[in-house]
Write a protein that binds this ligand. Structure first.
Ligand code: HPA
Length: 278
C-alpha cells in the first residue's frame, strides 16, 4: 500500500489556516492559468502564501502564484486560491487535490473552479467563457482517480455518485448572469488530460469524437474530490486557444496567459454575480 494523505494531515493544515482567518468562507474559488488577478478584487483580504503552510504542495508553474486570499467579494466570505497544483508537476493525485480537502474541512460548501482550456468545439474562440456542464475524466478513468487509496469515510462514500458533477442551480445562475451582462458564455464538456505536452492533431480529433468541447490539464480531479464530500461545484473554462485539430497552428503557454487578460474581466463579472445572488 502506498502512503496517502490522512485526515489528520488535512486537519493540521486546516487548523493552520483557521487560526489566521476571521470567518468561514461560503465559497472557494480556484483561479486557473492567467486568471490569478481576480484575487485582487477580494476586500479585507488576508493573504496566506501557500509556501508558508506546512504540507501544502507548491505550484511550480508560471501564472500560478500559489497564494490563498481570504476576505469578502460582493460581501460574501470567500477563499480565493491563486494558482493550483497540477498532476504534471509531479505531485500524486492526493496532493493535487489536497486544497479541496482542506476547503471541505474548513466548512466551505461551494466551489467555483476555473481553468484555461483549449477549444475543441470549432465554434469557440479564444477569449470565450465556457460553462462546464459535464466532464470526461480522461486522466482518471484508467487509474489516476484522486479517490484512489483508503476512503475518508468521514467525508464521503467509497463509491460516490458522479451523475451531476456540476451544480444545476449554480450553473443556471451563471447562465442568467452572463445573459443579463452580455458576457456570451458558451457551454460544453471539459476533458482533462495529464499534460504537460499539448495535444497532437490526432489526440484532438479523438477528443472531439468522444464528445469534448474543451481540453485542459486540471479541474476534474478537484471536482471529483469536491463531489465526494458533497461540495457544490460551478465550473467555468476560459478558452485560451483553438486546439490544433489539423496541425496548422501551435499552442504556447504564453498564448494561454495572454488570453487570461481578455477572459479575466468576463469571469470576474460572472463570479461576482454568482456570489451576489447565490
Ligand atoms: N490543451 C491542453 N490544456 C490547455 C490548452 C490546450 O490546448 N490550453 C490551455 N490549457
Amino acid at each position: 500500500m502506498e502512503n496517502f494523505i490522512t485526515l489528520a494531515q488535512i486537519d493540521a493544515i486546516k487548523d493552520t489556516i483557521q487560526r489566521q482567518i476571521k470567518e468561514t468562507p461560503e465559497f472557494a474559488v480556484i483561479l486557473g492559468s492567467g486568471l490569478g488577478h481576480i484575487a485582487d478584487a477580494v476586500e479585507d483580504a488576508i493573504t496566506i502564501p501557500s509556501a508558508a503552510i506546512n504540507g501544502w504542495p507548491r505550484s511550480t508553474v508560471e501564472g500560478h502564484s500559489g497564494k490563498l486570499v481570504f476576505g469578502r467579494m460582493e460581501n460574501r466570505p470567500v477563499m480565493v486560491m491563486q494558482g493550483r497544483i497540477h498532476y504534471y508537476e509531479g505531485y500524486p493525485m492526493d496532493q493535487v487535490t489536497l486544497p479541496v480537502r482542506v476547503m471541505q474541512r474548513l466548512g466551505i460548501q461551494n466551489l467555483i473552479v476555473t481553468n484555461a482550456a483549449g477549444a475543441i468545439n470549432p465554434d469557440f474562440v479564444p477569449g470565450d467563457l465556457m460553462l462546464i456542464t459535464d466532464h470526461i475524466n480522461m486522466i482518471g478513468m484508467a487509474g489516476l482517480n484522486p479517490l484512489r487509496g483508503p476512503n475518508l469515510d468521514l467525508i464521503g462514500p467509497r463509491f460516490p455518485d458522479m451523475s451531476q458533477p456540476y451544480d444545476k442551480n449554480l450553473s443556471e445562475l451563471a447562465r442568467r448572469i452572463s445573459r443579463e451582462q452580455q458576457v456570451g458564455m458558451r457551454e460544453g464538456v471539459y476533458v482533462s488530460l495529464s499534460g504537460p505536452s499539448f495535444e497532437s492533431p490526432a489526440d484532438l480529433r479523438f477528443l472531439r469524437v468522444i464528445g469534448a468541447d474543451a481540453v485542459g490539464m486540471s479541474t476534474v480531479p478537484e471536482v471529483i474530490i469536491a463531489r465526494h464530500g458533497g461540495t457544490r461545484v460551478l465550473g467555468i473554462s476560459g478558452i485560451s486557444n483553438k486546439a490544433n485539430l489539423d496541425g496548422s497552428n501551435i499552442t504556447t503557454h504564453a498564448e494561454v496567459l495572454e488570453a487570461g487578460r481578455v477572459i479575466g474581466p468576463k469571469l470576474e463579472k460572472v463570479i461576482r454575480g454568482v456570489l451576489k445572488l447565490a
